[in-house]
Design a protein around this ligand. Structure first.
Ligand SMILES: NC(=O)c1ccc[n+]([C@@H]2O[C@H](COP(=O)([O-])OP(=O)(O)OC[C@H]3O[C@@H](n4cnc5c(N)ncnc54)[C@H](OP(=O)(O)O)[C@@H]3O)[C@@H](O)[C@H]2O)c1
Length: 330
């Protein structure tokens, strides 16, 4: 008998690729997906997948989803939201999923997609980041803080009481692909600019009404295509490598100038101190939307070492960061 896999958040940017990979994997017999909005799995051509509407804040709904599952894949999350909404889903909802997986009568594996953001944006982070660097998070960025808190929660729930679960924590960098556009929808400078005082805005070249301008502090960054995250999820679902944390990123890196060119913006070189100053201001100014806190993500280089996923999970990304960027921008 093949695996039955329960997936929270199967309709998202990573979820749709993950389900496609599970549909194609002969080791998987059945996929049970749950998210809040209506969704037609058949219209996607999915044949092994049964979709139901449900909220991970509803423990009974989570228990019902997980009960028949050999493996649980937890993807449901709020990436772009208010502090309150994101905290509710990301911490309370994730707790429900982790506890349900521990209690699940058949569940033997749990796969959770964390993020590079779990490491936090710290001046003393090593470059590159390996999986044994503590996931400290950054308190000034809700998403980073919640990703670190969620990993702590996962450890507390699954390491206590001899749960017997094999736990895989995948830490992708920013995901970019044809349907993965979170980066495009959330350019940190665009979010922060209206709240930055005029003189600093001018210094940064953030002039409204023109093409978007992306200040370029010279930091390189990583991207990964959703299909490559999906192949890592499928490998973890099948237990292809030992449980543990795995960084995921394409093998190459891109510059802010390359990113700007691809999305029709201008890159303007600025000293990295200016990014730090703006990020500090974002934390100090009142009424700043939570989204603006994403500016912290470009404060320091956040490059991950992916050797462990290659070696232990047998993972090989098929797309370069440049391909992923092109796919997202087209
Ligand atoms: N995208 C990236 O760049 C990226 C990078 C690194 C890590 N990650 C992580 O990977 C995971 C998946 O990300 P994604 O990009 O696929 O996110 P996404 O596109 O925003 O999708 C989120 C999914 O979760 C569902 N969801 C949200 N709140 C829910 C709730 N309360 N109950 C049930 N379902 C809920 C959504 O559907 P409904 O709204 O219909 O419920 C959707 O299916 C997240 O943990 C994210 O932090 C993403």
């Amino acid at each position: 008998m093949g695996l039955t896999v329960a997936v929270t958040g199967p309709t998202g940017e990573i979820g749709t690729s993950a389900v496609r990979a599970l549909e194609d994997d002969p080791r998987v017999e059945r996929v049970l997906g749950m998210a809040r909005r209506p969704f037609d799995a058949r219209a996607r051509g999915w044949r092994k997948t049964e979709y139901r509407q449900g909220d991970i804040l509803d423990r009974a709904a989570v228990d019902a989803l997980v009960a028949p599952a050999d493996v649980v894949v937890h993807l449901a999350y709020v990436i772009l939201g208010s502090h309150e909404e994101s905290e509710r889903t990301n911490l309370r909802g994730s707790r429900n999923v982790f506890e349900a997986a521990v209690a699940g009568p058949r569940t033997r594996r749990l796969v959770y997609t964390s993020s590079v953001a779990a490491y936090g944006y710290h001046a003393d982070n090593p470059v590159p980041l390996t999986e044994d660097v503590p996931a400290r998070g950054s308190s000034e960025h809700y998403y980073s803080a919640q990703k670190a808190a969620c990993e702590r929660l996962l450890r507390e729930i699954t390491e206590g009481a001899a749960s017997g679960l094999d736990v895989y924590v995948l830490r992708p960098c920013i995901v970019a692909g044809p349907e993965a556009t979170v980066l495009l929808r959330n350019l940190p400078w665009e979010q922060a600019a209206p709240h930055v005082p005029e003189p600093l805005r001018r210094a940064l070249g953030l002039v409204p009404g023109l093409k978007p301008v992306l200040p370029d502090p010279g930091v390189r960054f990583q991207l990964v295509h959703p299909e490559d995250v999906a192949s890592a999820i499928a490998a973890a679902v099948a237990g292809d490598g030992p449980p543990g944390a795995y960084n995921l990123a394409a093998d190459d890196t891109i510059t802010v100038a390359e990113f700007a060119h691809a999305v029709g913006a201008y890159a303007v070189p600025v000293p990295s101190g200016v990014v730090g100053l703006t990020a500090e201001l974002v934390g100090l100014l009142p009424l700043m939307p939570a989204k603006a806190e994403w500016i912290h993500a470009v404060r320091y280089p956040m490059l991950m070492d992916t050797a462990k996923a290659h070696r232990d999970l047998g993972w090989t990304p098929r797309h370069t960061a440049h391909d992923a960027l092109k796919a997202m921008a087209s």
